[in-house]
Design a protein around this ligand. Structure first.
Ligand code: FES
Length: 178
């Protein structure tokens, strides 16, 4: 994959924040920017990131295969990441997973024929209090129901995305309140 000038420029901005002797510390943000611009990280991008940051090729591969937020394969325009951990599973997540598979006609790790959606199951996304939840690209959606899920997917499909949810203060009996 060709490294575009826009990526080189942005990478220079990122690495400028790090001391010269710690260029390697910029590896994750540089890779993340590469993915943001190119969609995924192939061998050429890994090689460029290693040369640019001074990391070894082994180090770069360790990073790209460890973090689930970094992708080594192309994905659809919208990457759906469903939490499959305990809080989400206990609040209807399993039903939602079945529904999304049926609705899109794909299984985990697959992409729809039109290249629009890729489905992935991941571990806790850090929004357990608002379970069940999912990410679509970098947008988070909480307290999902089948109706809400349909609205979100239909919104992306029609080019009118449903705005992402913001975490809200939890309701309930706070210590000291009656
Ligand atoms: S268990 Fe689903 S966000 Fe934590």
């Amino acid at each position: 994959m060709q490294i575009p000038d826009s990526l080189k420029t942005k990478a220079e901005e990122i690495i400028f924040r790090y001391p010269e002797e710690h260029r390697v510390s910029a590896l994750v943000p540089v890779l993340f920017e590469a993915q943001r611009q190119l969609g995924w990280i192939d061998n050429d991008v890994e090689k460029w990131a290693a040369e640019f940051t001074g990391a070894s090729s082994t180090k770069v591969r360790e990073v790209t295969t460890f973090y689930s937020m970094l992708r080594r394969q192309p994905v659809g325009k919208y990457l759906i990441q469903f939490c499959q951990n305990i809080s989400c599973s206990l609040t209807g997540g399993l039903e939602l997973q079945q529904h999304v598979q049926q609705k899109l006609g794909i299984g985990p790790g697959e992409t729809t024929e039109d290249g629009l959606f890729t489905l992935k199951y991941v571990e806790c996304l850090g929004g357990c209090s608002w379970a069940p939840m999912m990410l679509v690209n970098e947008n988070q959606y909480f307290q999902l129901t089948i109706e809400k899920l349909d609205r979100i997917l239909d919104g992306f499909k029609s080019g009118n995305p449903v705005p992402p949810d913001e975490p809200t203060p939890l309701l309930g009996n706070i210590a000291g309140e009656s």
